[in-house]
Design a protein. Structure first.
Length: 85
């Protein structure tokens, strides 16, 4: 038994992180960590359920949700801190 992630999965992850890079470094890091967390959870569920699972849904959902929260809730609080320095 082995695990395979398709090339298309990594393309979607890259597009999401690339879109986050348009805004700022904090958004990139949070999206990257969310996608990585989704991949790890998918691998965990794969080991628990022992059947084929798609790699995209959980990672992309976490990445998009984190992107939205970081852009709308976190960055408005962080930006004033960077202006004061």
């Amino acid at each position: 038994p082995h695990t395979v992630a398709g090339l298309g999965d990594f393309v979607f992850y890259s597009v999401l992180v690339g879109r986050a890079a348009v805004y700022d470094f904090t958004t990139v890091v949070t999206c990257f960590l969310a996608i990585l967390t989704g991949l790890i959870l998918t691998l965990f569920f794969l080991a628990v359920f022992r059947k084929a699972l798609p790699a995209l849904p959980l990672s992309i959902f976490l990445g998009v949700a984190t992107f939205a929260v970081t852009k709308t809730a976190v960055m408005p609080f962080l930006l004033p801190l960077t202006y004061r320095q």
